[in-house]
Structures are given as C-alpha cells and as structure tokens.
Design a protein around this ligand. Structure first.
Ligand SMILES: Cc1ncc(COP(=O)(O)O)c(C=O)c1O
Length: 451
C-alpha cells in the first residue's frame, strides 16, 4: 500500500485548515513525498513547515538593519545589483524557489498522486482566504492579475450602451477587456482623469469619479495602487460611491497585494484581482481573484467549467471560474510558501519598510530641487511605488544608465509624459536607496553621463 503524507483525508485537512488560525495550519500534508511509516526506533521525520522554511525569526522588538539584512539573505539576489522593480516582477525568496523545485520533483517521482493536486489547491485557497479575510469559496486561483480581470469583465453581461468607468492611470490589463467589449457589444469606456503629479486629495479623487457616473454606468474599475504614479486610490470610498448609485466596483490589486494589508470585507468591493509574482514574491504564473458571493450569480463563466468539488456537492462556488484544467501545482503551492514568508516577516513590518524606503527616496528627490515627484507625499495615498521626473533628463536614458550601473528601475508614461518608477520592498535597504540617489544627483550634475 502506498503510504504518504497525503494520508489525511481532504475533508480532515480542510477542516483543520479553516479552523486553524493562520499560523497554525497543519503543513505536513503539503508535501507530496511518500514517507513510509518510520521503524519504531527511528525518530519521525520533521514535518515540512513553510513558516520554518522561510528561515526568519521575528525580531525581538523593532526590527533593526541587521534583522533586515537577515531577511535579504533569504533571497538569491546578487549583492552587486540593486533591484528596484518589484512592481514589474518581484524576486522569490529562497524558500519559495526551493518549495517550487521540491513539488516539481515530487510530482516527477510520483505523477499518480492525483489527490495531492486537489490538496494543494484547497490548502492554498484556504490559506489565501485567511490572509485576505475572505471565504475560501469566493477565491479563484488564477495565473495572473490579467486572468482575474478578464474573468470578471467578460463574465458580467454588459450590453450595448453600458458604461464602464476607468481612470487614466489604469493598466492595459484592466482596460483591454473593456476595449474588446467596446468592439464586440458596443459598451462605452468613460475615463476619469487623474493628473500627474497628483494634485487631488481623497475627496477630490472620489468627486472626479462621481462626476463620471451617468444613468448608463454599470461598473467602476480602479487600481488599489496605480502602476503609473503609485497613487493609492481611496477604494472604500469609491466602493461606497459605486454602491450608492447601483454600480459594481472591480479592483486591480497588482501593485498592492503583498505590500499593503488586504481586508476584502473592509473594502466592500465586488471583485479583486491580484498577482503572486509582484509584491507577494511568489513567482510567475500565480495569482488569485475574489468575487463577492452575492455578485457571483451575475458573473458567468467564460467557458464550460469543470470543478470536481462543485460537481460533487452541487454548490457553485467561485471555483467554477477556474477553467484551466489541471493546474500548475508547483506555482499554486508557491502562493502558500510566499504567504508564509510574508507572515513570518510580518505584514505590518513589510508595509512599514516599503513606505520607509519610499519616503527616504522621496525626501532625497525633493532635496535635489530638480525632481518632480508624481507620487503623493501623503502615506494614505501611496504605498511602495515612487514615480518621478528629474529636471529635463529623459527617463528612459536615466533608466538605461542606471541599468548599466546595475540598478534596475523602470519608466512609466501618462499622457505622453514619462517618468521613472522605483519600487521599494522588504529586501531593499537604505543603502540601496542612497546609492540610487547619489547616481541621480550625478546625472543631474553631469547629463553627459547618460550618453
Ligand atoms: C496595475 C497592474 N495591473 C495589471 C498588471 C498585469 O499583471 P499580470 O502580469 O499579473 O497579469 C500589472 C503588471 O504590471 C499592473 O501593474
């Protein structure tokens, strides 16, 4: 008889997962690896635990730089490079990389461990749900933010003349489903202008959205944090506005999930889509989406769907929006590993660190007197992204010159105006920010360095 760590029944496991507190989930079952019952005289093998695998002990009090260096040491990141582009793709911690490889190997060793695949999905779903204060039945495991945004946009029965309101800083991943629906069914996209540098306070931002609403409006689509200027939109207020006018609200969490805390019920939105590969540091091909329970009946599936769990119980949970057939098991498991890493480092510490480094950068930029910072200085309106221009220096040339000096940032564009964008996250350090600032000062003093 094959004996392995999957001997726990799925129901037993899920029962434990959902009943357990976030930190007390039984992770022994995450391993697919067969382990014969140990002879009595041998100690039982230590169960695999992603919290332990993260390799980080919480600090005794306030974390100091030595503790953050220990966190950084849990990445493969090269010490001769400064990576400041998590907003595009984050690095995976060593524990995530190793877990991904381990699951791949275990599946290669025993591809027949079918039930295990369900285990990993449901464990991940339960773990994610806990992290965002949601119910596992409303979580859709996806491969990217884009997939989650499309599931919602195309699932809604939008008709000719219906209006969808998006702001001028949304990503093409959020806009393009509606461009396609403009072509296919004749919906209309209405744009809310968000100026750069930001000149609006919370009320003014909400007011800009309010002015865009008409009797034909059906949906607001907004980023939790915009990828262009790093503006954190007042999502709860926008949700209240949408609902007060009978509209739905869909939120793109690509630049917030993993760096800002996420409490979905508190936001009171209808849909959320997030990646794993950016601020959560889970690696590519991972993500999740969430659809509010009472909105799900209005969201059709994009294709015929196959969900063994729903087929058995007859309950139509958000699992029905997962239409990818057999899943990327190792990738999905990476979400658990990355969430465990996040939990050990501490969500509040991560947010504070990203903000502290962003503030250090913004202070340094403002001191140069030649920088125009697009990101609001108000912490309530920003997170881990900082966008800025420098004097008359062309942002693309600056990014290229930085890359040549082993510092990775990127550029963004709003209405044909370009800026540099820097992501500061938990593995970055004040020294890295200072190194960037020193180079930027050199470029301002001697633009010929960009040639
Ligand atoms: C705001 C925003 N939305 C969506 C995306 C697309 O993300 P994904 O590759 O996870 O689909 C990005 C990627 O940079 C983004 O910044």
């Amino acid at each position: 008889m094959k004996s392995n760590t999957l001997s726990l029944s799925r129901r037993q496991f899920l029962g434990r997962s959902t009943a357990a507190t976030f930190g007390a989930i039984a992770f022994g079952s995450l391993s697919l690896r067969g382990q014969s019952a140990a002879p009595a005289e041998q100690p039982a093998p230590k169960k695999y635990c992603p919290f332990r695998a993260a390799g980080i002990k919480p600090p005794a009090g306030e974390p100091d730089e030595a503790w953050w260096r220990g966190v950084r040491a849990r990445f493969d990141l090269r010490s001769d490079r400064v990576y400041l582009n998590t907003g595009t793709t984050g690095p995976v911690p060593i524990s995530v990389r190793e877990a991904r490889a381990r699951v791949e190997r275990e599946l290669a060793e025993d591809p027949g461990a079918d039930v295990s695949r369900l285990f990993l999905h449901e464990d991940t779903r339960a773990f994610l749900a806990k992290a965002v204060n949601a119910d596992a039945d409303d979580i859709v495991l996806t491969r990217s933010t884009t997939e989650g945004l499309n599931i919602f946009a195309f699932g809604l029965d939008l008709r000719r003349g219906d209006e969808v309101i998006l702001d001028s800083q949304e990503h093409s991943a959020a806009i393009n489903p509606f461009r396609e629906l403009e072509d296919r069914v004749g919906i209309k996209i209405v744009r809310v202008e968000l100026p750069v540098p930001n000149a609006l306070d919370r009320e003014q931002i909400v007011e800009a959205w309010r002015r865009a609403i008409t009797p034909r409006s059906r949906l607001l689509v907004a980023s939790h944090v915009t990828y262009k200027s790093g503006l954190a939109l007042p999502i709860r207020e926008l949700a209240d506005l949408a609902h007060s006018r009978g509209l739905l609200i869909s939120v793109d969490g690509a630049q917030s999930f993993g760096v800002l805390p996420l409490d979905l019920p508190a936001l009171d939105i209808d849909h959320y889509a997030a990646p794993g590969q950016k601020w959560l540091l889970a690696g590519t091909g991972t993500g999740f989406s969430w659809i509010r329970r009472d909105v799900q009946p209005r969201v059709r599936t994009l294709t015929g769907w196959h969900d063994p769990a729903s087929a058995r119980t007859g309950a139509h949970t958000a699992r029905r929006y997962e239409q990818t057939g057999q899943k990327n098991v190792a990738g999905i498991n990476s979400l658990v590993e990355a969430l465990a890493f996040r939990q050990v480092v501490g969500p509040a510490r991560i947010e504070a660190r990203a903000r502290e480094l962003a503030a250090r950068l913004q202070r340094g930029l403002r001191e140069t007197k030649t920088a125009e910072v697009w990101t609001p200085a108000d912490p309530a309106l920003s997170a881990g992204l900082t966008a800025f221009t420098l004097d008359e220096l062309p942002p693309k040339a600056v990014a290229k010159a930085l890359q040549a000096r082993h510092i990775t940032v990127r550029t963004v564009e709003v209405d044909k105006k370009e800026a540099l964008r820097v992501s500061t996250h938990l593995f970055n350090s004040p020294e890295e920010v200072d190194r960037l600032l020193a180079l930027l000062r050199d470029f301002v003093a001697a633009p010929a360095l960009l040639a």
